[in-house]
Design a protein around this ligand. Structure first.
Ligand SMILES: NC(=O)c1ccc[n+]([C@@H]2O[C@H](COP(=O)([O-])OP(=O)(O)OC[C@H]3O[C@@H](n4cnc5c(N)ncnc54)[C@H](OP(=O)(O)O)[C@@H]3O)[C@@H](O)[C@H]2O)c1
Length: 263
């Protein structure tokens, strides 16, 4: 008797060569996802792909790409268009700028925005056409608690993460009927190479989460279809209070006249 095996779901993870992205790849492989891994370091991803295939039996494809490079980004977009089986996009690739804004190189600022903001928005747009055809289509966008706390971070990085949060929240409303689930994940300090790359010692930071715990918590939020997942936040009501206070402001903005204090 012939037996047909159901196709595995397929996830594309950016920034999958190390850190949070590599951990997402491992956890999704454990959940039976075939994978497309994207980052610049092809050798690291090939090694991870081989390990995950042997361990879990899933199919792992590697797509080396610099997401700040417009030609590379466009070829990844074409791969996404050509691969309608993708049902989950994890927009995780991101980096920081070392030093203070005043000392930053203008091209480095541009590069950070192209990676953290531009590539995330473009990949989301291109992926959506296929994702809407999947009953379980989803996008996970990795933001940061710094989206809510620009005072304690570099201006460009914090603003890029505020973009990721606002972008995801707006998609949740605009595409509410699309069947696609959008999750914003806001990690706080998590032990990965990003700290060293940004010229900081992670051991100088208080309250650093291990990357496995962060991703497991984020996936628990994904399973619950949370809109915004903040793994380190112990009292969820504090986020809900902030979000509700923000939403309560919205009708107040619709006024034909300026407030008396400006007249
Ligand atoms: N760790 C934290 O404390 C923390 C906290 C909040 C939010 N986050 C966010 O979590 C995400 C993952 O960060 P992480 O901590 O895992 O950092 P990480 O260990 O430095 O990993 C970053 C990943 O992004 C990839 N990447 C960097 N530049 C790229 C480019 N130009 N093109 C393509 N891929 C690129 C890197 O791979 P290649 O170098 O091989 O390209 C790597 O796979 C980021 O969006 C970060 O902002 C991290």
């Amino acid at each position: 008797m012939s037996q047909t095996t159901a196709a595995k779901p397929l996830a594309l993870v950016t920034g999958a060569s190390t850190g949070i992205g590599a951990t997402y790849a491992a956890r999704l492989a454990d959940r039976g996802y075939d994978l497309i891994l994207v980052a610049r370091d092809g050798a690291k991803m090939e090694k991870l792909a081989a390990e995950l295939s042997v361990k879990t039996g899933v199919d792992v494809r590697v797509f080396p790409a610099d997401l700040t490079d417009s030609a590379s980004l466009k070829s990844l977009e074409q791969l996404i268009r050509d691969t309608p089986a993708i049902s989950l996009l994890v927009n995780n690739a991101g980096s920081t700028l070392p030093g203070k804004f005043n000392d930053s190189d203008a091209d480095a600022i541009d590069g950070l925005i192209r990676l953290n903001v531009n590539s995330l928005a473009r990949l989301s747009r291109v992926a959506l056409d296929g994702l809407q055809k999947h009953p379980q289509g989803a996008i996970i966008n990795i933001a940061s608690v710094l989206a809510l706390a620009p005072e304690i971070s570099g201006p460009v990085y914090a603003a890029s993460k505020a973009f990721v949060l606002a972008f995801t929240q707006s998609l949740q409303v605009e595409l509410a009927d699309s069947g696609v689930y959008f999750q914003a994940v806001l990690p706080a300090a998590t032990r990965t190479d990003i700290w060293e790359k940004g010229g900081k010692n992670v051991d100088d930071i208080q309250g650093v989460m291990e990357v496995g715990e962060l991703v497991d918590a984020a996936l628990a939020g994904f399973d619950k279809k949370e809109r915004v997942t903040i793994p380190p936040l112990q009292d969820e009501n504090k986020w809900l209070a902030l979000d509700n206070a923000r939403k309560a402001l919205l009708p107040e903005f619709l006024q034909s006249h300026a407030a008396p204090r400006y007249r």
